[in-house]
Write a protein that binds this ligand. Structure first.
Ligand code: ZN
Ligand code: ZN
Length: 161
């Protein structure tokens, strides 16, 4: 029997100052940590946490976020949304109005249950980083996110969410 704390829907989150808030009404599609240098800069920490969520299952409220764009390694744009008041990054997407977007999961009001199923860019992970033994590790970027979604579903299927 797995002993994991299960997410309770809807999931709620907000920026650091609370001016931007959101709700997630369906189980997210995965959760992974990225240790690339862009994510280290963005989080000013060891890694970024990405939680892919269907846009249809996501509701934002409060003030409008600001947008900053950067190029990914692939050459594609990454659309980065943040609170204009406190600067907290809340959302990344690969295109404007993409059907699946990445919530920066550290902004969830309850982040205690979070356990990434995979680690990306472990080749640039900080020396002190500890990885869960059951998490999948990728040296750089995975070719596909299918494995990450399957690992996530396997984890929460039994929890009856
Ligand atoms: Zn804020
Ligand atoms: Zn990254």
């Amino acid at each position: 029997m797995l002993n994991i704390e299960s997410p309770v829907l809807p999931l709620e989150g907000r920026c650091q100052c609370g001016e931007v808030r959101y709700r997630i009404t369906e189980l997210p599609l995965s959760l992974y940590a990225c240790h690339c240098q862009e994510c280290q800069k963005q989080s000013s920490s060891g890694f970024g946490l990405s939680m892919p969520v269907k846009r249809d299952a996501l509701e934002f409220s409060g003030i409008e976020m600001k947008l900053w764009k950067r190029k990914a390694e692939s050459g594609n744009d990454v659309f980065c949304h943040f609170c204009p008041n406190c600067g907290t990054r809340l959302l990344h997407e690969s295109a404007a109005d993409a059907p699946v977007v990445n919530i920066k999961a550290g902004t969830l009001s309850n982040a205690k249950w979070l356990s990434p199923v995979a680690h990306l860019w472990v080749s640039s992970a900080q020396t002190g980083t500890v990885f869960a033994s059951d998490a999948i590790q990728f040296e750089t970027q995975p070719n596909s996110f299918k494995q990450l979604r399957e690992a996530w579903l396997a984890k929460y299927e039994e929890s009856g969410v």
